[in-house]
Design a binder for this molecule. Structure first.
Ligand code: ATP
Ligand code: MG
Length: 561
C-alpha cells in the first residue's frame, strides 16, 4: 500500500503516523510473540492481523518471536503448528524466526548489570513468605530481609543459582524497585527463577530462566521493535517494562501499547482451556473443526480472508467487550457466498424413478445438464450434471400431503410439479412403500422440453429442489458441527468450560449422495451445497473413493448454525 493511501482508522494508526511524521521512527517494527504452549486461536488471529497488518500498512517489519520462557509447557509440535498457522492466515515474518531463548545469554548479562548497579538482589524468601512480604492492594509490602545484600554477595549467589547449586524455589533474583508501590508489579518482581528442566531450544544449558516481564521488553529492544503491542492485561506491567528498558544498556527503546483482547461468546480463547478439551478427548485434536483454533477453523472451511475480514470488523480499541459469534459467522458466510462453487448433495436420500425417461433424450443412458459453478460469476465456468432414469432427492422435499399450501411447501407433492435444479420439471405420480409404510421410492414423470423452459400452462412447479443421479452420483460422508459449548459464556466469572460442553456438537451422516464432480475435488475446497449450506472437503479424510465433507456453516443465520 502506498503512503498516500495510508489512513488512520484506529488509535495505533494515529500513534504510528505521528511517530513517522515526527521522525521518531523512520521504519516501524512490530512483533507477534506467541508462547509455544498450544495452538493459535481466534484471539491470536486478531493479534496477528494487527501486528502483521501494521507492518504491511506502513511498509515496516513484523517479527515472529516465540516467547519461550516456560520450557515445561512448550514443545516443538506447537512451534511447528504456529508457523504453519501464521503462513496459512496469509502472513510472513521478517527475517529468521526469533526465540526469546536466543537472548538468554544477553538477558543473563542484563541481570548481572542490574545486580552491579544495585538494582537486583538474590532473595531467599520461599513462595509463601514472599507472598506475605508483598502486601496487597490495600497494604504496602515489606522489604525482604535479603534486600540489602552486597553487590559481591549477589553476584556470587546468582552465579551459584546458574550453576545449579540451589534447589528449585530456594531463591530467586528480584529487581529492587519499590515494595510500597501501589502497582504490585513494581514490588521487587522476580526476574530469574530456578527451573531444573531442559529447554526445547537451549537443552541443558540453563537451570535458571528469566520470567516473562524481564524477557519481553528486552527482547523487543534487542530486535529494534518500535511498537510492542499487547493486550490490556499488560497495561499494569507497562511501568515495569519501561523500568527495565531505562535501567539496562539496551540497544533501542521500544514502547508498549495495549488494546483490548478479543472475547467472543459461545467459545473460549485460551490455550490452556483449549488444551483441556484436547487432553480430555472432548474434541479430536487441536484442529478439530469445532475448535476456535486457526487450524480448527481452517479444517471447518473458514477461509483466511474471512478471518482477516472479521478481525477488521472487530477493529482495534481499548474498551473491552464481547463480540457476538454471529459477527464471525457473518464474515464466513459472506466470503463463502461470494466465492464458493455450487454443488448438489442429497443428505437423506429417497429415490425418484422416471416412468418416461425417454422424454429426456438421453444418450447412453445420460442426459447432460449444465449449471453455472457460481450463479453470479460466469468466469467460474460451468459444470455438467448427469441426469439418469432415477435420481435421489431429499426425503424432506417430498410429501403425500396435498393440503399443504404452495407457500408453505415449495417442494414436491404427490400429483404435483416441481423443478429439479438445472433440469426438468417433474410430476410425482406415485409413492411406493414398504410393509411399514415408509416411502421407498417415488415414481415420477418428466415434463418434456422443460430444461431451461417453462412447462405448459397449468403445470405450475411448486419450487426448485436439488437432486443427484442414482447411478452417477457418489456416496459421501458429511460431518455436521454445532457449537461446542451450550453456554453463551462458558468460562465467564469462574465458570468451568468443561462443564458446558454441547454433547451434540457432532453428527455424522454416513451416506449422502453428491454430484460426481465432488469426487474430483481437492481437500479444503469449499462448496455451497445448494439449499443445504456451506461444506468443505476435509483436509485429511477426503479421498476420491470416499469423499468426506465438513459442514462449515448454514446458508443463513435463521437456519441455525
Ligand atoms: P493464551 O491464554 O491463549 O495462552 P496468551 O495471550 O497467553 O493467550 P500468547 O501466546 O502469549 O498467548 O499470545 C501471543 C500474542 O497474542 C500476545 O501478543 C497476546 O496478547 C495475543 N493474544 C492472545 N490472545 C488474544 C486475544 N484473545 N485477543 C487479542 N490478542 C490476543
Ligand atoms: Mg500465555
Amino acid at each position: 500500500m502506498s503512503d498516500s493511501t495510508v489512513s488512520a482508522n484506529n488509535f495505533l494508526h494515529a500513534i504510528i503516523e505521528q511517530d513517522l511524521a515526527s521522525g521518531k521512527h523512520s521504519e516501524i517494527v512490530t512483533r507477534f510473540p506467541p508462547e509455544p504452549n498450544g495452538f493459535l486461536h481466534l484471539g491470536h488471529a486478531h493479534s496477528m492481523c494487527i501486528n502483521f497488518g501494521l507492518a504491511q500498512k506502513y511498509n515496516g517489519r513484523c517479527h515472529l518471536r516465540f516467547d519461550d520462557t516456560n520450557p515445561e509447557k512448550e514443545s516443538q509440535e506447537y512451534i511447528d503448528a504456529i508457523q504453519q498457522d501464521v503462513k496459512w492466515l496469509g502472513f510472513d515474518w521478517d527475517g529468521e524466526i526469533k526465540f526469546s531463548s536466543d537472548y538468554f545469554d544477553t538477558l543473563y548479562d542484563y541481570a548481572i548489570n542490574l545486580i552491579e548497579s544495585g538494582d537486583a538482589y538474590v532473595c531467599d524468601l520461599n513462595a509463601e513468605q514472599a507472598r506475605e512480604y508483598r502486601g496487597n492492594l490495600k497494604q504496602p509490602g515489606k522489604n525482604s530481609p535479603f534486600r540489602d545484600r552486597s553487590v559481591e554477595e549477589n553476584l556470587a549467589l546468582f552465579e551459584q543459582m546458574r550453576n545449579g547449586e540451589f534447589d528449585e524455589g530456594a531463591c530467586a533474583l528480584r529487581a529492587k524497585i519499590d515494595m510500597a508501590s501501589p502497582n504490585m508489579n513494581m514490588r521487587d518482581p522476580i526476574i530469574y527463577r530456578i527451573r531444573k528442566i531442559p529447554h526445547h531450544q537451549t537443552g541443558e544449558k540453563w537451570c535458571i530462566y528469566p520470567i516473562y516481564d524481564f524477557t519481553h521488553g528486552q527482547s523487543d529492544a534487542l530486535e529494534s521493535v518500535t511498537h510492542s503491542i499487547c493486550t490490556l492485561e499488560f497495561e499494569d506491567h507497562r511501568p515495569l517494562y519501561e523500568w527495565f528498558i531505562n535501567h539496562l544498556p539496551v540497544p533501542s527503546k521500544p514502547q508498549q501499547y495495549e488494546f483490548s483482547r478479543l472475547n467472543i461468546n459461545y467459545t473460549v480463547t485460551s490455550k490452556r482451556k483449549l488444551k483441556a478439551l484436547v487432553d480430555d478427548g472432548v474434541v479430536g485434536g487441536w484442529d478439530d473443526p469445532r475448535m476456535p483454533t486457526i487450524s480448527g477453523m481452517r479444517r471447518r472451511g473458514y477461509s483466511a480472508q474471512a478471518i482477516r475480514n472479521f478481525s477488521d470488523m472487530v477493529g482495534v480499541n481499548r474498551s473491552s467487550g464481547i463480540v457476538d459469534m454471529s459477527m464471525l459467522e457473518h464474515a464466513i458466510r459472506t466470503d463463502l457466498n461470494d466465492n464458493a462453487p455450487r454443488a448438489m448433495c442429497v443428505m437423506n436420500a429417497v429415490k425418484v424413478s422416471f416412468t418416461n425417461f425417454e422424454a429426456a433424450n438421453a444418450e447412453g443412458g445420460i442426459a447432460w445438464m449444465t449449471q453455472p459453478v457460481h450463479p453470479n460469476k460466469p468466469e467460474m465456468g460451468e459444470r455438467k450434471l448427469p441426469f439418469t432414469d432415477s435420481v435421489y432427492i431429499d426425503r424432506a422435499d417430498f410429501t403425500e400431503d396435498t393440503t399443504l399450501s404452495r407457500k408453505k411447501f415449495k417442494r414436491l407433492v404427490l400429483g404435483e410439479y416441481v423443478r429439479l435444479r438445472g433440469s426438468f420439471v417433474i410430476k410425482a405420480e406415485e409413492a411406493i412403500k414398504d410393509a411399514d409404510g415408509n416411502i421407498t421410492e417415488i415414481k415420477a414423470s418428466i415434463v418434456p422440453d422443460t430444461v431451461g423452459n417453462n412447462p405448459p400452462e397449468g403445470m405450475k412447479p411448486r419450487g426448485v429442489i436439488h437432486w443427484v443421479s442414482c447411478s452417477e452420483g457418489v456416496q459421501a460422508e458429511v460431518r455436521v458441527y454445532e457449537r461446542l459449548f451450550d453456554h453463551e459464556a462458558p468460562d465467564f466469572g469462574g465458570r468451568d468450560h468443561m462443564e458446558h460442553i454441547n454433547q451434540d456438537s457432532l453428527q455424522v451422516i454416513e451416506s449422502c449422495w453428491c454430484e460426481p464432480s465432488l469426487a474430483e475435488t481437492t481437500p479444503e475446497q469449499g462448496f455451497q451445497f445448494e439449499r443445504e449450506g456451506y461444506y468443505v472437503a476435509d483436509r485429511y479424510d477426503y479421498t476420491a473413493d470416499k469423499p468426506v465433507f465438513n459442514k462449515t456453516i448454514s446458508l443463513s443465520e435463521s437456519k441455525g448454525k
